[in-house]
Design a protein around this ligand. Structure first.
Ligand SMILES: Cc1cc2nc3c(=O)[nH]c(=O)nc-3n(C[C@H](O)[C@H](O)[C@H](O)COP(=O)(O)OP(=O)(O)OC[C@H]3O[C@@H](n4cnc5c(N)ncnc54)[C@H](O)[C@@H]3O)c2cc1C
Length: 507
């Protein structure tokens, strides 16, 4: 092969046995390409995944970008560069972001890095104070409706497994992962096929991003709630805030609503102002918890391999005879099931894990499609009412904040089943044996159902035009609550997209 100056190539399917370490990668590349290892320069891991299909032979599988002095019949490595937008918007415009979850965080960071000074309004507390409120809710049942698992610095994802996977493909994803890494997350999130951060690390990262936004000139007002806004000539003019009981009015040129899927009071406020929104399907069901060792055994064939490969994960789905899909969602290996209420007298489950994922249990949501035909009326917020109905029913059954739970044999006649619509209850019962065939023991004696799980995604979508504005001009609904994201990464991407759009507008 002819010699040339070093060129960067991408190669897939570099396989390592579990007893091999990454130092062997250049040798593996050379072996696969039948070239001398001396022609290979530095390399970078682009992706690392596990292939456990041929147990007991489990392998790491890598995609690698590497320099080589030979001309190879391989694709060139694609640089993962984020190109910021051209800043057209005048720097003295008052930009307000409501919500400091992933969407609001990445919108604010984008503005701040581009020389703007956004103001973030967050109803909840900073993440340390918030953590105390959440602990007191879990231990004493004292709910703070503005500082809880859904509301506060870091948004809904702060108490989570911190999975950073997403179904979307966007050039901003690597930029977001790089920011998480830069502010404290492990380097492995940059290349793992299924990166995760964990609630403990996420809290540190979120705090550091907040400090960076402030360092760059942004402001973050905690314990400050958007309670109303003034619209003139179909444009946002001012916002009205409640800051620890004091009412404030603030002028506002651009308003990003990154309020998440649980801000039901703010949804209602928007509807009062005729902000255009429509119903959106979502899902309902329970959490299902198993011993983590059962999952490790099924996926790896040997539970001890979890020490090397990490706690095993799964993703299952089945179709019921009624045509409703039943699927597992938001799996938390080595994690715990949590009570995730955000308003009085409502019960809702979710799951979270620490970075180490070293708890004894695995959990996952077990969900059934909810369709718009299931709602009681045509109101855009009928899906919210649907969620509230089942969440309130779960509270009223016991008059305290506690998840309902049942083993599988007792599920049919359990209190838990009584707080699910009939279609969901029967779809779960019908498909459990099918899911059990896919993952041995899934519906076995050690499985525990907890719930209800009602907030898989937003039940509403705000209508936006091509410039991401709603029918009220200068109002930009964004992220999960607006119906444009379904997790940490997609919410962060949407926040960045909206910020970039505003920055590139001329006025
Ligand atoms: C327990 C749990 C675990 C999860 N695990 C994962 C996971 O592992 N991976 C994943 O990808 N996703 C996970 N999710 C989902 C993920 O957290 C959300 O998709 C994501 O946080 C949505 O981001 P967002 O910024 O759009 O909204 P949110 O994160 O919901 O943020 C909205 C923010 O707006 C604030 N707010 C609302 N109304 C107002 C108002 N009127 N005034 C001022 N502030 C307001 C809220 O306090 C909140 O902080 C999890 C969610 C939960 C609840």
């Amino acid at each position: 092969m002819p010699k040339q100056k070093f060129q960067k190539y991408r190669i897939n399917e570099i396989r390592l046995n579990l007893d091999e370490t990454s130092e062997i990668i250049p040798k593996k590349i050379a072996g696969k390409l039948k070239i001398s290892q001396n022609t290979i320069g530095s390399y970078e891991i682009v992706r690392q995944s596990i292939d456990a299909r041929r147990k007991p032979k489990i392998q790491w599988v890598y995609t690698i970008d590497f320099f080589c002095s030979l001309k190879l019949n391989l694709p060139f490595a694609k640089e993962r560069i984020y190109l910021p937008p051209k800043a057209n918007l005048s720097k003295d415009k008052q930009i307000v972001i409501v919500g400091f979850g992933p969407c609001g965080i990445f919108a604010a960071l984008t503005f701040a890095q581009m020389g703007y000074q956004p103001i973030v309004i967050e109803r909840g507390k900073d993440v340390d104070a918030r953590t105390k409120d959440v602990q007191s809710f879990w231990s004493e049942g004292k709910l703070n409706p503005d500082s809880n698992v859904q509301f506060g610095e870091g948004g809904a994802g702060a108490f989570s497994d911190g999975k950073l996977t997403t179904g979307i493909n966007d050039m901003r994803i690597f930029k977001i992962l790089s920011e998480f890494h830069c502010f404290g997350a492990d380097e492995e999130i940059l290349f793992k096929q299924k990166p995760h951060i964990g609630t403990d690390v996420l809290k540190i990262v979120v705090k550091r991003i907040r400090e960076e936004i402030i360092r760059l000139g942004g402001k973050i007002l905690f314990e400050t709630k958007l309670i109303d806004f003034t619209v003139e000539d179909e444009k946002i003019k001012a916002i009205h805030l409640d800051q620890k009981g004091h009412h404030l009015t603030m002028p506002c040129d651009k308003l990003i609503l990154a309020i998440g899927h649980s801000a039901r009071d703010t949804f209602r406020q928007c509807l009062n102002h005729n902000v255009a929104m429509v119903q959106k399907p979502f899902s309902i069901g329970t959490r299902i918890q198993h011993p983590q060792n059962l999952i490790n055994m099924d996926q790896y064939g040997d539970p001890n391999l979890a020490q090397k490969l990490g706690a095993a994960e799964y993703k299952l789905h089945a179709k019921s005879q009624s045509g409703r899909g039943v699927y597992t969602f938001c799996m938390c290996p080595g994690g715990e099931v949590i009570l995730a209420s955000s308003a009085a007298n409502q019960i809702v489950s979710n799951g979270m894990s620490l970075h180490a994922r070293d708890g004894q249990f695995a959990n996952s949501a077990l969900l059934v499609d909810v369709r718009m035909g299931d709602f009681a009326n045509e109101n855009p917020l009928a899906g919210v009412e649907f969620q509230e109905y089942w969440e309130n029913k779960a509270y009223d059954l016991q008059n305290k904040y506690e998840l309902l739970q049942s083993d599988i044999p007792s599920f049919l006649n359990s209190d838990l089943a009584s707080v699910l619509p009939d279609f969901a209850k029967s779809a779960i019962l019908e498909t459990l044996p099918i899911l059990d065939k896919k993952l041995l023991g899934f519906a076995g004696e050690s499985a525990l159902l907890l719930g209800p799980e009602t907030r898989s995604s937003s039940p509403v979508r705000f209508i936006r035009d091509k410039s991401f504005q709603s029918n009220i001009k200068n109002l930009y609904p964004a992220g999960e609550g607006a119906g444009y994201a379904g997790g940490i990464m997609s919410a962060a991407v949407d926040g960045m997209k909206v910020a970039e759009q505003i920055i590139s507008e001329i006025n």
